[in-house]
Design a protein around this ligand. Structure first.
Ligand code: BGC
Ligand code: BGC
Length: 653
């Protein structure tokens, strides 16, 4: 037995020796290329995070903490795998609710009170658990990425791609304020937003989480959203009640991976990394963003989660980020040599808190051991804990009263009005031949297409469930479908709206609005290999063709998380509107499409593309500023009622 063991280990050693020279060379090369040169990066400073008085207070708290308590602060568990009573054994510093994680005693699609109860249970668990020890409230984070989108009844805004089209950073800030209010009302302190990705290949399934393909627009939006969520950074006191901590994510170049592959490799040079992908982090940091989430992706073949030069030298050093760095969902487990439950590399690279949804217990134990053995230095642990306590203190978790909790602000009319305004402003008019739009309020309108009366499809991914699948209109008690909005508009003006997903009708309508597009998806599952819409099954095109064949003018309303190649659909429709993923306020579509009784517009189109629209299906990397640049509709394109243009047929091959 012993001999066999010896023999296998010799064999293994031989194999390693045979294989490793090439492998070592490759990874050494990668490692070399993946070292960022901090001096080339912009110099910035966190605003409003450091206050000498608070820092002295943190000194005192850290001085009283045991190693276990310190490491505990650095671990984040998912609420699907931890109970409040676990906190009396494990001094865990943070929890999150993942996209599919239900509140305590509830199902995934729960209302605000179930979430508030959950937040309160964990909070009191964290402060009452260990008598005699420092009471450190837990920090609760959630993906409120287009409104408080895990909560039934919440206001759901257009996904970021639609907000990019509004070109209105003041609106972005108001959306941030509302998202913060609805989140704070459920007792949750922290949102994993805004996404500052600058998607360069729209086959990426997270393209819609990005505001634009150009940093020029992402920059002011980053600032506006952080200020909206957190409030203005304030010298003496921290965040006010009704605001939350924001997260700039995912650092960095999540939108720059080769072929738009989620969690893939950004094989770009440092200049491009800085100019395109890192620029908006300057703005977020200067707006006082409290946390930054590291990207799953790699740069030059090295996982960002292990890249000390990016996290420590650049982000915390050169860019002066004084909040804390959070890893992504088991992102540390993807670092070579790491597992979900052990990864000193990620902490040594500079990550302050590891998102360890399921393996948090063993990760906690292993990390304590690694700190005891010196594999992770105490200085590194203390730096991480200081940053986490700083954010907790600035958030007021230690003393703040929370009058905002439980306030009935979820999905209120005032919030929905802002979402509806955002929908109006996000619509981009790509074609309007013969002036078919606006539609007279007195018209008989056929509302066709599978997505016409489907709020879930209008919301897309990250809505009530992780991928946004499985939702019905009943899950949106405060929402309105696009059909619902059209019906409301024409009925009040003496017209008639008829819902018919498959396009059948008894009385010939004056016009048909066909609402169609992508089905919900989120990260990982949303990646595609071709930009062609319905590459195989052309059922939406067929529907529009049959309406046209019967002499009915067709208005196409296209729901999608990215520009897609739709030339055949563009040719058959008289008018074509890119409506992105508008969310729960379908009425915003009717506001712009349906005119008054005389056919005059009530609202003009103002939306402009924040992503270039492809002319050919092979234009997978099509971005403003690149050469050659031959889009069908360039960045910034968008027709209005005042400025008319006829679109000639576009090539279909
Ligand atoms: C995503 C993050 C998200 C986190 C928590 C990850 O898979 O990449 O954007 O914040 O999960 O749900
Ligand atoms: C969670 C998401 C998370 C994803 C990552 C899902 O189960 O609900 O929040 O981002 O896993 O793999």
């Amino acid at each position: 037995m012993l001999r066999i063991l010896c023999r296998t280990s010799v064999l293994a050693a031989l194999l390693v020796w045979l294989v490793s020279p090439a492998m070592a060379a490759q990874s050494a090369d990668d490692a070399e290329r993946a070292i960022a040169h901090a001096a080339r990066w912009p110099r910035t400073r966190s605003v409003g995070l450091i206050d000498p008085k608070i820092e002295r207070w943190i000194d005192g708290v850290i001085g009283q903490m045991t190693l276990e308590e310190k490491v505990g602060q650095m671990i984040q568990a998912d609420i699907s795998t931890i109970r409040p009573e676990d906190l009396s054994i494990y001094p865990i510093g943070s929890i999150l609710a993942g996209g599919d994680s239900p509140p305590l005693n509830g199902e995934d699609r729960s209302n605000a009170s179930a979430w508030l109860e959950t937040a309160r249970a964990f909070r009191s668990g964290s402060v009452e658990a260990r008598p005699g020890r420092a009471a450190i409230p837990i920090l609760f984070g959630i993906d409120a990425v287009h409104g408080h989108n895990n909560v039934v009844g919440a206001t759901i805004f257009p996904h970021n791609i639609g907000l990019g089209a509004t070109r209105d950073s003041r609106l972005i800030r108001r959306i941030g304020v509302i998202t913060a209010r609805e989140t704070a009302a459920t007792g949750i302190d922290w949102v994993f937003a805004p996404t500052l990705a600058v998607p360069q290949d729209d086959r990426w399934g997270r393209t819609y989480e990005g505001y634009a393909e150009s940093p020029e627009l992402v920059r002011p939006y980053a600032r506006a959203m952080v200020l909206g969520l957190q409030g203005e950074p304030r010298k003496r006191r921290g965040v006010l009640d009704g605001y939350v901590a924001a997260t700039a994510k995912h650092f960095v170049a999540d939108g720059g991976t080769r072929d738009g592959i989620d969690q893939g490799d950004a094989d770009i040079d440092e200049k491009e990394l800085i100019r395109i992908h890192a620029a908006a982090y300057e703005d977020a940091i200067e707006a006082g963003v409290m946390t930054v989430m590291v990207s799953y992706s790699s740069w030059q073949g090295v996982k960002n989660h292990a890249n000390e030069s990016l996290i420590t030298d650049v982000l915390k050093g050169r860019m002066g980020f004084a909040g804390f760095v959070i890893g992504d969902w088991n992102g540390h487990g993807q670092v070579p040599g790491c597992t979900d439950d052990s990864c000193p590399q990620a902490i040594n690279a500079g990550i302050d808190m590891l998102m360890a949804p399921t393996a948090w217990r063993r990760l906690f134990e292993n990390t304590v051991r690694q700190a005891q053995s010196g594999e992770i230095s105490l200085a590194r642990i203390d730096d991480a804990v200081r940053r986490i306590l700083r954010v907790k203190a600035r958030l007021g978790l230690f003393e703040r009263e929370r009058p905002f909790e439980g306030r009935p602000v979820i999905g209120i009319a005032e919030h929905r009005a802002v979402a509806r305004e955002a929908v109006r402003k996000s619509l981009v008019l790509l074609k309007n031949n013969g002036g078919v739009l606006p539609i007279k309020g007195s018209a008989h309108v056929l509302v066709a297409g599978a997505a016409a009366d489907d709020i879930g499809v209008a919301c897309g991914g990250w809505t009530l469930s992780w991928q946004g699948t499985g939702n019905t209109n009943a899950h949106f008690p405060n929402g309105q479908s696009i059909y619902g909005g059209i019906r409301e508009a024409v009925t009040t003006m003496g017209g008639r709206a008829e819902l018919s997903p498959d396009g059948n009708y008894s009385v010939k309508p004056d016009v048909a609005i066909v609402v169609f597009g992508e089905r919900p998806y989120a990260e990982m599952k949303g990646d595609i290999r071709t930009l062609g819409y319905q590459a195989t099954d052309k059922s939406d095109l067929a529907l529009m063709k049959s309406l046209k064949a019967n002499g009915i003018p067709v208005v196409a309303v296209f729901l999608s998380g990215r520009p897609l190649w739709v030339n055949p659909e563009l040719n058959v429709a008289d008018a074509f509107v890119a409506a992105w993923l508008p969310g729960t306020e379908g009425g915003g579509v009717a506001d712009v499409l349906i005119g008054d009784v005389a056919g005059r517009s009530r609202y003009d189109f103002t939306g402009k593309l924040s992503f270039s629209w492809p002319k050919r299906v092979d234009q997978t990397r099509l971005n403003i500023g690149q050469t050659p640049y031959e889009p069908l509709f360039p960045y910034g394109y968008g027709l209005t009622y005042r400025k008319r243009a006829e679109l000639p047929p576009v090539p279909e091959d």
